[in-house]
Structure formats: C-alpha cells, structure tokens
Design a protein around this ligand. Structure first.
Ligand code: ADE
Length: 262
C-alpha cells in the first residue's frame, strides 16, 4: 500500500551527529523503507560573512554565546521548504529546549500527525528570541536537565516518533504494547530462553499456553509496576473492576503483597 512519507528535517550545527540515527536501527530501517525522510540543514551554510559566523555575544552581557537570528531563520525556512516539496504539507517547527512542553507518549503521538516536521537544535546559551517569536510553533523539552545542545533531544524525539509510524516496526503491534501506549501504564516484564538463568525461573504462567491467563498476568504486572514506580500515572487511568482485582493480587519481586487499594 502507498504510504505518505513523514519528512523530518533537523536544523543543526552538527549534522553528522544527527545523521547517526539514519545508519541503523529502527530509524535507519524506516528511512530505507521510504516511510521517513530525514535531512539536516546547517545554519553555517546560510551565514553570509567570510567567517560563516552563526553566533555572537548576548546583549546585556553574561556568559556564553547566542545563535544569531539571520542564518538560523534562513536554515529553518530552507528546511521547511524542502520538506514541503516532499510532503505538500505545511511545516510544524519545533525548538528543542529545556523551556518547552515536556515530551511524553501523548505528545509523540500528536507529532506523528505532522508530516512536515522541522526540529531546531540550539547550541551555546540558546537562540535569539526573535527566532522563537517568528518561526517556532512549539518548544519541546525531553526532561528537566540541560543538554549541551538540542541534537540529542531532536534524536530522542525522532526515534520515539518514527517507531510509532505504521510499517516501521517488524511486528505491527509492537509499538502498541510499549510502555505508556497501553492506557498510559508501564510495560510488563519480558522473558526469553533459557527457562532457568542464574537460579531464576520464568514465571510459570508464561509457559502455560493459557493465553487468557497470560494476558491477565501481564495486565497485573503493568498495573502493579505502575502503582509502585509511577503512582501518579495511575491517577490518569480508569481502572475496571477486574483491574482493581488484578492490582490487589499483584505481588512484587520480593514477594511482599501490594496493600489493598483504599
Ligand atoms: N536542549 C538542551 N537541553 C534540552 C532539553 N532538556 N530538552 C530539549 N532540548 C534541550
């Protein structure tokens, strides 16, 4: 079946870093299959002076350098236009920054709808605010910490997004089983051969061939782990009666029983 390509362009001073995701793994395969078109646009190529300057000292003083608006805007516009010619879609321009909306599964899914994505990776102290005002549709953070540049953040976003596109994963259903994809719960544990490893056995239910019992066990593990590790996520989930029963049955690794829900 014909599938529309998702074009992701990263605006970066370090294109080789970003293109590393294209050389293998899930993202590399998606590119090879023609599901994703990944490209980079370097502001330095749009600098107009002899030294190809892309940054300068901050007005008002202070440490570090700020990316200048001219080359950056030109690179963003170049990226948006190139993606438009591939997808016939308008761009969504995303600035990777610690000040942005926190990336989560919900936002990843929202962004899979945008077939023309331009991800802007800043360096130094940041980018001139007038670029944000005139070109950026959305700021996205991958967590409450500061990276040396937006490249790794853009790669994180691209990887998480690409694996959600139809036809990318070997098993169509794999992404649907991911943590957070099932009702916003954490994933259940997984086991493979051998049955006995370092004195630890595989939970017998997984060897039983009883598909209903296996599904219940996995659901119970997802619910139990979420409650133990990320209780705040459970507040967002509507638990069925059966979920509540499974949760009450959940026993954690050290054998202690979960307290009954209040
Ligand atoms: N650039 C620097 N730090 C970042 C973060 N935490 N998220 C996204 N982009 C960033």
């Amino acid at each position: 079946m014909e599938q529309d390509v998702n074009a992701i362009a990263v605006v970066t001073l370090f294109p080789e870093l970003v293109m590393a995701v294209s050389s293998g793994g899930v993202t590399g395969r998606a590119i090879d299959k023609g599901i994703v078109a990944l490209s980079t646009f370097n502001p330095r190529d749009y600098a107009t002076d002899r030294h190809r300057t892309v940054d300068d000292r901050p007005y008002g003083g202070g440490p570090g350098m700020v990316m200048q608006p001219g080359p950056l805007v030109a690179a963003i516009d170049g990226a948006a236009e190139a993606n438009r010619s591939i997808t016939s879609c308008d761009p969504l321009v995303v600035y990777m920054s610690p000040q942005g909306r926190q990336l989560n599964h919900q936002l990843v899914i929202e962004l899979t709808e945008k077939r023309n994505l331009v991800l802007v990776a800043g360096r130094y102290e940041g980018i001139d605010e007038r670029v944000v005002n005139t070109r950026i549709d959305l700021e996205v953070s991958i967590g409450d910490f500061v990276l040396s540049g937006g490249e790794l953040a853009a790669m994180v976003l691209a990887d998480a997004l690409v694996r959600q596109l139809p036809g990318v994963l070997g098993h169509e259903s794999s992404a649907e089983q991911d943590s957070f994809a099932v009702d916003g719960l954490l994933d259940c544990p997984h086991y493979t051969r051998p049955e006995l490893f370092n004195g630890q056995v595989v939970p017998p239910v997984l060897l039983s061939g009883d598909h209903a019992a296996i599904a219940d066990w996995r659901r119970m593990q997802s619910l139990g782990r979420t409650k133990q590790r990320r209780p705040e996520l459970l507040n967002e989930v509507r638990l069925t009666r059966k979920d509540q029963q499974l949760l009450a049955l959940y026993t954690n690794e050290d054998g202690s029983k979960e307290p009954e829900p209040k």
